[in-house]
Design a protein around this ligand. Structure first.
Ligand code: PNS
Length: 163
């Protein structure tokens, strides 16, 4: 059983995240989409809301034989990956700017859990500038984000702005 975790804040899920999940699915039997519960970050969506959104959207994507599981975690990614008996941590690289931060995380995670490999996947060009934080900023200021986040995420962001 080749199990990977795909950790992130997912506040909210973007089409860039979905692209990475699709691209990684032929490589693994199961991918655990691991939503970080980070109370310091003042997120737009609670960890439960983020997980529920992901669960509703995942059936829309084709992942063949690869099972997708959604879970949340607190603490270290490396600890969560070990507890879930994962052999890999998947991360997406959008541009060179991501590399330094991702390299540091990958090396630290390897030091913490030498048996678990970080696997970097290159995001599709059209999502190379898409991040959750940019989507929130643009949407909050009245800009259009369709095509960059799932329609359900956009609808839920609209609901959040009403409150
Ligand atoms: O989607 P993000 O915000 O880029 O994801 C970053 C994440 C969640 C992968 C990273 O912040 C993380 O792993 N946090 C958990 C705490 C941890 O393990 N820190 C040490 C990383 S070497």
């Amino acid at each position: 059983m080749r199990r990977a975790i795909f950790p992130g804040s997912f506040d909210p899920l973007t089409n860039g995240h979905l692209d990475i999940i699709k691209r990684s699915s032929p490589l693994f039997d199961e991918i655990v989409i691991a939503v970080l519960n980070n109370p310091d970050k003042n997120p737009m969506f609670t960890v439960e809301e983020r997980g529920d959104l992901i669960r509703q959207i995942l059936p829309e994507i084709e992942t063949g034989e690869c099972a997708l599981v959604v879970d949340s975690f607190s603490g270290l990614t490396a600890d969560f990956a070990r507890k879930r008996a994962a052999t890999a941590i998947v991360r997406g690289i959008r541009a060179v700017a991501d590399y330094e931060y991702e390299l540091r995380m990958a090396l630290m995670n390897r030091r913490l859990e030498p048996e678990i490999e970080t696997v970097f996947l290159v995001a599709a060009e059209e999502f190379s500038y898409v991040s959750s934080s940019l989507m929130k900023q643009v949407f909050t200021l009245g800009g259009r984000v369709e095509g960059l986040v799932p329609a359900l995420v956009e609808a839920e962001m609209r609901e959040k702005l009403k409150n």
